[in-house]
Design a binder for this molecule. Sequence first.
Ligand code: SAH
Ligand code: F3S
Length: 481
Amino acid sequence: MGYTKSEHIKNPNQYNGEVVDAPIPHQSAKKMYIESYGCQMNFSDSEIVASILGKVGYATTNELEDADLVLVNTCSIREKAEQTVRKRLEKFNSVKKSNPTLKVGVLGCMAERLKAKFLEEEKIVDLVVGPDAYKDLPSLVQEVEAGRDAVNVILSKEETYGDIRPVRLQTNGVTAFVSITRGCDNMCTFCVVPFTRGRERSRDPKSIINEINDLAARGYKEITLLGQNVDSYLWYGGGPKKDFNKASDLQKKTAIKFHQLLAMVAVEQPHMRVRFSTSNPQDMTLDVLHVMSKHKNICNYIHLPVQSGSDRVLKEMNRQHTRGEYIELIDHVRKILPDCGISQDMISGFPNETEKDHQDTLSLMEYVKYDFGFMFMYSERPGTPAAKKLADNIPEVDKKRRLQEIVALQQEHSFFRTREFVGKVVEVLIEKESKKSTEHWSGRNPQNTVVVFPKENYKIGDFVQVKIEDCTSATLLGKAI
Ligand code: SAH
Ligand code: F3S
């Protein structure tokens, strides 16, 4: 999943006359304001929260000053993400001064990581709710309304929110996220997610298909199946993935894996674009690539984080594959899906990373020539295996320089990839107006590269064939044909 900057969630009731689960706000309705940080899963979770609280009379507002309840869906992935949230809490504190009845709740990974400690550390916070406890929000909010602090950070082995119909927030009415797994069992040593989002579990395919059919009926044209590690999806009737070995023979025989789910989704809605994120190299099977090649509506794009090109570092990170195995997987992708876009996540300055390790990362990038990437300096997270075992011993200047080198190389490769499209015709799903020009539309090609072109008579939600005439390293520029 790509990580996004803070986004402010608008009132879903204001969109397109679309039918949503939340009640239409009226004078006496209580209002909540939700802000989301971090991964797409958080944005998707906020839509679940809006649905749950919508049913007990909370309408969403995009005016902080109008809100009775402010919720901030937080991210713990790096220290900086947590600092950003703390700064936002200061802002909410100043709003509370002019509106003393305003309640402030913290959701998501920071809530899970810090638990009740949050109430002590940040006096402004009234409510702390972890990612698996959102169904308890109505009663927790009641507590808070009665003037008491409320906390629920219990992690669940089963909860997938499969029965909640998310309220689409900040929607363009065209693209939507559909979560298929929650939690992660991989225990990459640097990562806080297994601690904040708990054990991995998969969602009932029936509820996934229902959600997608519902989206199609409402005019959506593209869905992204979402999970920390989608390739590890496994439905055997519910419960944690790690208990699959305890399942009955029948459950094992009829279990549904990711490539099967992907095919089911593609067949169910053949006119809908299908994407998925995130893939983990250790769990991605060739079956997935074959399903992608068979179904034209599955976009040829794979986000395939590797973190490092050094075998030694991969091992210390507890990534369950070598550099060689990763290269083999890339070779399979290129062979089975010759025009597939591939993107990366990289970490610079992992404990004990040498210049040689760093050079290995650059040479792996040189081999793959990713379309784009998300690149970070290592940030030690309290409680993770790396924090316990390994000193955060790479000086900040080296972390930074290595990151800059990685980013600069990626920029070159991105430009190399976008240039390959010049002169070609690509299919674009129009999502929104271009940020830079009101006369142009913006959408993406199947490989997930942004394409900008003159509006003419096209509209949001149209699939358009665009001839690419020019490019930057991040954007393709063209004209509809
Ligand atoms: N499987 C997840 C990965 C979540 S974390 C997904 O769906 O995207 C996203 C990215 O953040 C990771 O791939 C990694 O590159 C980066 N990251 C995670 N923990 C980090 C840390 N402690 N320091 C720096 N970057 C980190
Ligand atoms: Fe984190 Fe590794 Fe899972 S990066 S989310 S522990 S796959």
